[in-house]
Ligand binder design. Structure first.
Ligand code: AMP
Length: 216
């Protein structure tokens, strides 16, 4: 199965993609995670992307498309994947169509995570994750059972994304509205778009996605 999770920053794409990956063995492909890894490694791509990401703007299509094209060609993607954070522009969506078409693959579903934008800033500012296993937490909405210790692996080092601050979030939302939201009619016209209520509780959102995928 080839799936896209689409929604503004803070809609919960990463959380849901991770659960789908664990449950169905679909590979989560997060361009944001790939770029953060590139920044951390100090690669040429990372050096180019760093400032753009800190400003909350989009990294040029050509760089992102190359990243995804390399990734979906790898063996672990053969049984399916969930795109989380890609495509983000119509040009990226067109490039994805070409990539899938050339392999004889098709997109099964695009799941729109419908959210109240006003609530997103609070969701994003306050996020942090375990530095060891990546489990996500929130200062208000999802605290660890024991403060300072990861519920999953017991790790005690946590990280916060540099772009999860109020100012950058405003720019990321603006980029979503102007460059990514046009993908909704793009995929609706292709008959693959389905909407779930991203404001529901996490488990409920997950069940809605399963139901859209015909897996409930
Ligand atoms: P995310 O983790 O998906 O919120 O992405 C973090 C940042 O990485 C974004 O604000 C962009 O600067 C960059 N980024 C991630 N995915 C893409 C993409 N598909 N196209 C352009 N920029 C991206």
């Amino acid at each position: 199965m080839k799936l896209i999770l689409l929604g503004p920053p803070g809609a919960g794409k990463g959380t849901q993609a991770q659960r789908l990956q664990d449950r169905y063995g679909l590979r989560q492909l997060s361009t944001g995670d790939m770029l953060r890894a590139a920044v951390a490694s100090g690669s040429e791509l990372g050096l180019t992307a760093k400032g753009i990401m800190e400003r909350g703007e989009l990294v040029p299509d050509g760089l992102i498309v190359g990243l995804i094209e390399d990734r979906i060609g790898q063996a672990d993607c053969a049984s399916g994947f969930i795109l989380d954070g890609f495509p983000r522009t119509v040009a990226q969506a067109e490039a994805l169509d070409r990539m899938l078409g050339s392999r004889g693959w098709k997109l099964d579903k695009v799941v729109e995570m419908d959210v109240d934008e006003a609530a997103l800033t609070a969701r994003i500012v306050g996020r942090f994750s375990c530095g060891k296993c990546g489990t996500g937490y929130h200062d208000v909405f999802k605290k660890a059972a024991k403060a300072g210790l990861c519920d999953v692996c017991g790790g005690s080092e946590f990280t916060r994304r540099k772009d999860d601050n109020a100012e950058t979030v405003t720019a990321r939302m603006a980029a979503y509205r102007s460059q990514t939201a046009p993908l909704l009619p793009y995929y609706a016209a292709r008959g693959v778009l389905a909407k779930v209520d991203g404001m529901a509780a996490m488990d409920d959102v997950y069940r809605q996605i399963e139901s859209v995928l015909g897996k409930s």
